[in-house]
Design a binder for this molecule. Sequence first.
Ligand code: SAM
Length: 221
Amino acid sequence: MSYYKNFGLVLGNPLWRVYIRWVLDKSIDDFGKLRFKPDFKKKNFTCLLCGVGNEATAEEYIKFVVKRNENPAVWIIDLGKEQIDAVKTMISRKFPKLNVKIKQTNALELDQIIKPGSIDWLETDGLFEFFDNKSLKKLLAVWKNILNKDGFITTTATSSRWKFQEYVDRFKVWTGRVWLGVTVYRHTREEMRNNIISSGFEFVEGPTFIPYFKRYSIVKT
Ligand SMILES: C[S@@+](CC[C@H](N)C(=O)[O-])C[C@H]1O[C@@H](n2cnc3c(N)ncnc32)[C@H](O)[C@@H]1O
């Protein structure tokens, strides 16, 4: 079963790109609520798309970055070979001159390939679902290590707060297994917040179009 091909039905939809642009804009704006100003103009600005999913996500992400910094260093990683191959093809066609490193690797092992304190912006969308609470804390520790002191993280995550959302969460786990062939985990909203705070971050939580799916703009405490 191929996550890349099956989820491609969602990610291949032109509305997906509209969503990515919207969610990035909103999540960056939200840093104002933490009185934090992301510095995209910084010299040697380095960013990481962690768990890329597909080439449309990578393309929208890169366009968003290069609008703010003409010469960024970009890392793109994913566990899946199909995702990485598709992104490599897209980059060589559309951004052949950009400084992009694309690697098939586990996000939990990022600190083996990326230097501590070297990432300014880390973005991912819907990655926390792939981790239970224990491994999510490990992931956040790895991210904290590779992020520089003024670094920032944007992400989105599903979590449940009410009984109905618990059913949605169960449905998510089932569709992940049956439709996409992946194991995803259930989280309550409280667990999600605690995982971030206990890992040494502060955050703003913002809405998306779906109440069960939240945006997070995160900085180190
Ligand atoms: C980050 S999420 C969503 C990304 C994209 N926005 C989308 O919706 O597909 C899904 C991606 O995370 C990748 N992934 C899951 N667990 C991972 C891990 N431990 N390390 C790196 N990538 C992982 C999956 O292979 C998948 O391509």
